[in-house]
Design a protein around this ligand. Structure first.
Ligand SMILES: NC(=O)c1ccc[n+]([C@@H]2O[C@H](COP(=O)([O-])OP(=O)(O)OC[C@H]3O[C@@H](n4cnc5c(N)ncnc54)[C@H](OP(=O)(O)O)[C@@H]3O)[C@@H](O)[C@H]2O)c1
Length: 204
């Protein structure tokens, strides 16, 4: 897999890519950095800006995203006192807003509950279920196949893009748990253990 990190500042992206390569030389990672426009030229694009910048960011590169699968990981959360609360965007979810801004792309919502700080601990792969929501079956499967490359994850078909509203909002509950218990919680669903359920990616 070849990864391009996109940024408003290509130099910042290049520096970030280099830091990742140098942190895990044994993995021989193929990662580069580029401006958002160039990053959007790749086969599959992950939209991972703060929620309030999501629509503007994809709109700027909508031409390059035509015909592509775009994975939205953004959660619309607002701080109120000591809590983060879910904010419901006008279309129900950030993913639905991104989809409305990209009529020529297929938007899939995934990865909302994966805590970045522990996801980067490659020595101890995160054990997590990842809900993947979308209206295009092929696009959803492509996103699930990509996630299945990450050790310890179990991508699950979370239904249509309409379900992204519930998935994104639930992140507020997980962030609250993290604050109260000083932890990095994620999702692990019980009862999904029959032959129809995809296996978890081996942790090593
Ligand atoms: N952090 C987590 O554990 C986690 C887990 C699951 C989902 N998410 C979701 O993933 C998204 C990113 O989270 P994060 O923690 O990585 O946030 P972040 O560090 O604040 O933002 C990620 C990147 O977005 C770009 N960005 C920031 N403001 C922007 C703006 N106004 N316009 C365009 N680009 C902007 C920045 O890149 P450049 O400045 O280089 O352009 C920044 O490095 C959020 O929507 C969050 O809800 C986060």
């Amino acid at each position: 897999v070849v990864v391009t990190i996109g940024s408003r500042d290509p130099e910042r992206a290049a520096t970030g890519a280099l830091e990742i390569i140098e942190a895990w030389p044994e993995h021989r990672l193929v990662i580069g950095g580029a401006g958002n426009e160039q990053a959007a030229e790749t086969d599959m694009v992950v939209m991972a800006t703060p929620w309030e910048a999501a629509v503007a960011t994809v709109t700027e590169v909508s031409g390059a995203l035509e015909g592509k699968v775009v994975i939205s990981v953004a959660n619309a959360l607002v701080r109120e006192g000591r809590e983060m609360l879910a904010m419901i965007p006008p279309r129900g979810s950030v993913a639905a807003s991104v989809a409305a801004a990209l009529p020529g792309s297929t938007v899939v919502a995934a990865g909302h509950h994966l805590p970045a700080p522990v996801l980067t601990d490659l020595a101890r792969p995160l054990q997590a279920d990842v809900l993947v929501c979308g209206d295009g079956a092929e696009a959803k499967q492509a996103a699930m196949d990509l996630l299945a490359l990450i050790p310890g994850l179990r991508p699950l078909d979370g239904g249509s893009l309409a379900q992204a509203a519930a998935v994104e909002a639930f992140t507020a509950v997980l962030v609250g748990l993290n604050i109260r218990y000083k932890a990095h919680s994620t999702l692990g669903l019980a009862g999904l253990d029959n032959s129809r359920v995809p296996p978890r990616t081996p942790a090593s």
